[in-house]
Ligand binder design. Structure first.
Ligand SMILES: Cc1cc2nc3c(=O)[nH]c(=O)nc-3n(C[C@H](O)[C@H](O)[C@H](O)COP(=O)(O)OP(=O)(O)OC[C@H]3O[C@@H](n4cnc5c(N)ncnc54)[C@H](O)[C@@H]3O)c2cc1C
Length: 815
């Protein structure tokens, strides 16, 4: 304890593989004034009992990049540190026991190729040649990743710790952090059983304790522990030592050779949450009681696939706890609640394979002050405040453990812990046949079933059961009028004498506009990357309404709040729950609205891009002429308690116009035809507005400039080396989702960022970035190519356009 320094630049809480990887990478970045504190011994939390699978293929590009990096790191760690890691690149085979699973694997393989990952598609026989002990019953195909590996998690953690120590990091064991110190809205250090340590940055790498450690600082770290089971068999004579890791996800099972034995583990669909009353203080190198009744059916499935298990004894029944997050993705980055307080936790059973990459990018984030690339998938700012609710976490955890091996269907919805956040119109939408999907706990109508039906999803990679219904909603909006409940929008108010200047600095577009104007704008970082994509409405000289998406509510509000200088006379308030929003969209929306108001709705009296308070029925409503679907339309903002009456009024008045309720799937189809970007898919903090084709929303010369302008000017001078384009398949059969490789003249030039079927165009559509091997991407170069999109390892001809395929001049929006 005498070693406890009074100050460190960075304090890391937790000595599992993640904390040690972060320490190692900070040191590699030259930051060695780092103190890692572990309450007991390194690896004593979850790390010590991990199975040690190190796979590379993840659901998205950047997550795969991180896992790829981990493999490369572990491969060389022993050479660098002299500490054995047990890492062996034995490869992995995933088998498919259904056509749908094979399609999922092949789509994954296509995506992997985009990232330069070596991957082979195998026939059942070829899979058996590489893994002779499997039964081929029901197997339709497999995918082989030769560079996947396995390691010894304890040794690997020790190697990372040694590598960190070699570069000057101090690691103290048996010292628990008991408090987080703050000063002036920033983290200032930690308290321990042996005294306080001042620090500029504190990182919560406390594994399944991270929720409680976060709570010490008022930081939301939504995760919950669950029991995770594996067995280790008696030795199996003749078991090859270099067997690839085998995954039979349809049987929820994985298999790993382990010194002549087999380690068999499971990700079952109904899991057992653990530690509901908090993680016990005594927990170190903890094993939980084996629940044989729970694993029996899983074991039976594993035996069917690997029959030698039937005649082999079991040496170890292992059950250990691991932490899971509500969306099965880990939590990384600076907490929105407290500057300088970072989190890396909630690794959902892939912490060993993720630790290398997560440690690296978090070290870059801390040293450089920003993430090295788009990490939105795992960014802690995606979490909603309510998600720390214990009951919610426990109930959701029952489902999340199994998601790792579940079918990753397009549009798949969580089944547990639903109905948390509901629009005030929820019951009405439900009665009208809504099938709800969830975003950050918010229930939103995705599509409407026929009257009298009980709408539910029937998943597939092809046209799902709602396809025709959603197409009809789409057409109603294109040809007549549709009504969307958009109440889940995030809405912020910024008020005060300095509001125009404060917002003017954040927004790339000019928001010093006349009262009643709506401005579409991006918020940029210093590098010119897009941090947010939103609309800003000037409600009064000193008041703005800022509207963003449900998924980015926490992130955007944090960005806004942090951008207000201490001395500025401007106050930001999150007013999301105060207003419901109804989107009345379609060429007949004006006619319909005119029956309910005496406000001037003419194109000259109420032009596109303007917003006014109007009477509608008995309510005062902010009507904004803006659209995300590419038609004449109005977003109607109304104080929540007025919304039901307004909704009923619109439904009644809409009947003669054929008004149809429409859901988010239809909206997605409509916006794709117009190539409207979606933050989080098509644009992110690593994409600039220039690359994204949003240059029209930049006010280069406005007074006071804006954050990111200089970087953007530089990029404009240099010219674009990536460019977002709209894509349409010639073949209307295969459906696009995202991450499909884009080929130009037989060369891989990019991948799609989002995809959906466009019902007016009658084509599968996508958006995606093209790159030209570091050269400029010019309109001529784009036009001169012959393009194909790869779907499940097959290529299909595609058209590419810089302009939207539908109404490129936006005449329908402005009429
Ligand atoms: C049975 C099982 C098998 C698994 N197999 C694999 C696999 O094959 N591949 C894979 O990638 N992943 C696997 N995992 C998941 C992996 O083990 C975890 O994701 C990973 O170990 C998490 O590491 P961590 O550093 O976040 O957490 P931990 O290892 O739990 O480390 C957190 C540390 O923080 C310390 N701590 C907590 N509070 C404090 C405090 N207040 N002060 C100081 N220290 C504190 C704890 O003592 C602990 O040592 C498996 C998990 C289980 C349960």
């Amino acid at each position: 304890m005498t070693d406890l320094p009074s100050h460190a630049r960075v304090v890391i809480i937790g000595g599992g593989i993640v904390g040690c990887s972060l320490a190692y990478h900070l040191a590699r970045r030259g930051l060695s004034d780092v103190l890692l504190l572990e309450r007991r011994q390194l690896t004593c939390g979850t790390t010590w009992h991990a199975a040690g699978l190190v796979g590379q293929l993840r659901a998205t590009h950047n997550m795969t990049r991180l896992a790829q990096y981990t493999t490369a790191l572990y491969e060389g760690l022993e050479r660098e540190t002299g500490q054995a890691t047990g890492f062996r690149q034995v490869g992995s085979i995933s088998i498919a026991a259904s056509a749908a699973r094979f399609e999922e694997l092949k789509r994954g393989a296509s995506m992997a190729r985009c990232f330069g990952l070596e991957v082979q598609i195998l026939s059942p026989r070829e899979a058996q040649e590489r893994w002779p002990l499997i039964s081929l019953e029901g197997v339709v195909g497999a995918v082989y990743l030769p560079k996947d590996g396995r390691c010894n998690p304890v040794d690997t953690t020790q190697a990372l710790a040694r590598g960190a120590r070699m570069k000057g990091v101090r690691i103290l064991e048996n010292l628990k952090v008991t408090g987080i110190r703050t000063a002036q809205g920033r983290v200032a250090g930690v308290s321990t059983e042996a005294g306080d340590v001042r620090a500029d940055v504190v990182v919560n790498c406390a594994g399944m304790w991270a929720r409680e450690v976060g709570a010490l600082a008022g930081v939301n770290v939504p995760l919950h522990a669950a029991e995770h089971f594996y067995i280790v068999t008696e030795p199996i004579p003749g078991l090859p030592a270099d067997l690839p890791v085998l995954r039979d996800t349809d049987a929820c099972s994985y298999f790993k050779e382990d010194t002549g034995k087999l380690l068999v583990g499971w990700f079952e669909p109904v899991a057992k949450p653990w530690g509901e009353a908090g993680i016990p203080e005594s927990c170190a190198f903890e094993t939980l009681p084996p629940d044989l009744a729970h694993i029996e059916p899983l074991f039976a499935g594993a035996m069917r696939r690997v029959p030698v298990l039937e005649s082999t004894g079991v040496q170890v029944f292992f059950n250990g706890p691991e932490s899971f997050t509500p969306d099965d993705r880990y939590l990384l980055g600076e907490a929105p609640e407290l500057r300088g307080f970072f989190v890396a936790a909630g690794f959902n059973s892939i912490g060993i394979q993720s630790a290398g990459g997560a440690g690296k990018v978090l070290a870059d984030w801390i040293v450089d002050g920003h993430p090295p690339f788009d990490l939105w998938d795992v960014d802690i700012r995606r979490c909603a405040p309510f998600q720390r609710n214990r009951r919610y976490l426990r109930d959701r955890t029952v489902e999340t453990l199994g998601l790792l091996y579940a079918m990753h269907w397009p549009f798949r919805q969580a089944q547990s812990a639903r109905g948390v956040r509901r629009s005030i119109l929820h019951e009405r939408l439900g009665a009208a046949g809504a099938c709800f999907g969830e975003v950050a706990g918010y229930e939103r109508a995705n599509w409407f079933g026929p009257p009298g039906s009980t709408p539910h999803y029937e998943y597939s990679y092809g046209r799902q059961n709602w396809f025709a219904q959603s197409a009809a909603e789409h057409r109603a909006v294109r040809e007549g009028v549709g009504l969307f409940d958009q109440s889940s929008f995030a809405k912020f108010s910024l008020k005060g004498a300095d509001a125009p200047q404060v917002l003017g600095r954040i927004c790339a577009n000019d928001v010093d506009v006349p009262v009643g104007r709506i401005v579409y704008t991006q918020w940029l970082n210093e590098r010119g990357g897009i941090e947010a994509d939103l609309t800003v409405t000037r409600e009064a000289e000193d008041s703005y309404l800022i509207v963003s998406s449900c998924a980015t509510q926490t992130r955007d509000f944090s960005w806004l709040s942090r951008s207000i200088p201490a001395a500025a006379r401007a106050v930001a308030t999150d007013v999301s729950s105060s207003y419901a929003v109804l989107g009345l969209m379609g060429p007949r929306s004006r006619e319909l609205l005119a029956t309910l108001t005496d406000a001037d709705l003419s194109n000259t009296g109420f032009a596109f891009g303007t917003s006014r308070l109007i009477d509608l029925g008995y309510a005062r409503v902010r009507a904004s002429r803006i659209t995300y679907v590419g038609e004449l339309g109005y977003e109607l903002y109304v104080p929540t308690e007025f919304a039901p009456a307004l909704f009923d009024l619109l439904i009644e008045a809409g009947a003669p116009f054929g008004l149809r309720l429409a859901g988010y799937h239809a909206m997605n189809s409509l916006r794709m035809e117009k190539a409207y970007r979606h933050w989080g898919h098509d644009i992110s903090d690593e994409d600039t507005p220039l690359e994204a084709g949003l240059g029209f929303a930049i006010a280069w010369n406005k007074a006071g400039g804006f954050v990111g302008r200089e970087a953007l000017l530089e990029k404009r001078r240099a010219g674009e080396r990536r460019r977002l384009v709209a894509l349409a398949l010639e073949d209307d059969e295969p459906l696009l989702y995202h991450n499909e490789p884009i080929w130009r003249n037989g060369r891989l030039v990019g991948k799609t960022s989002s995809g959906m079927f466009g019902h007016t165009l009658g084509r599968p559509l996508a958006l995606g970035y093209l790159a030209n091997e570091g050269e400029l991407v010019t309109p001529e170069w784009i036009a001169a190519g012959h393009y194909e999109l790869e779907v499940a390892a097959e290529r299909f001809a595609a058209r590419v356009s810089l302009r939207p395929f539908y109404d490129p001049a936006s005449e329908r929006v402005k009429c």
